[in-house]
Design a protein around this ligand. Structure first.
Ligand code: DAT
Ligand code: MG
Length: 149
């Protein structure tokens, strides 16, 4: 089953939007299989954003993500990557559709509230970067048949 790593970034936590953001994925029908409240180390941040290492914004991106606590979540479902990316919205909040998290709560690219994996392969790698196998919970959701045909 496809898994995506979603992070509520420091601005989402500080602004009191944790419940709001978690609720959107929950209501969408994605299934939570892992969650932790944590503050990322510099090492974890540099690994997580390693693909952006050569970009001019890399330094400020790392400083931002380690500046305060985050929520790390693993969500599961058919097409979990695409579903979560749509719920999150475009990278630049001014381009994000109303109704998406970034479109409803964001103003700037450097304060865009949420991270979501961008491919099936990255979903696997990112979930494994943040969660040990025993931290992922397999469970039977009572409403499954009303969400998945
Ligand atoms: P996304 O988070 O939508 O997957 P991304 O992977 O391209 O976007 O970039 C990771 C984060 O880096 C993004 O959420 C915000 C920051 N970022 C991306 N492009 C940027 C830019 N041109 N200027 C400043 N920050 C940027
Ligand atoms: Mg990305």
């Amino acid at each position: 089953m496809e898994k995506t790593l979603v992070l509520i970034k420091p601005d989402g936590v500080q602004r009191g939007l944790m419940g709001e953001i978690i609720g959107r994925f929950e209501r969408r029908g994605l299934k939570l299989v892992g969650m932790k409240f944590m503050q990322m180390s510099r090492e974890l941040a540099e690994t997580h954003y390693g693909i952006h290492r050569e970009r001019p914004f890399f330094g400020s991106l790392v400083e931002y993500i380690i500046s305060a606590p985050i929520v790390a979540m693993a969500w599961e479902g058919n097409n979990a990557i695409a579903a979560a990316r749509a719920t999150i919205g475009a990278t630049k909040p001014v381009d994000a559709a109303p109704g998406s998290i970034r479109g409803d709560f964001g103003m700037e690219i450097g304060r865009n509230l949420v991270h979501g994996s961008d491919s099936v392969e990255n979903g696997v790698n990112e979930v494994n970067l943040f969660f040990r196998p025993e931290e992922l919970v397999g469970w039977a959701r009572a409403t499954e048949a009303w969400i998945v045909e």
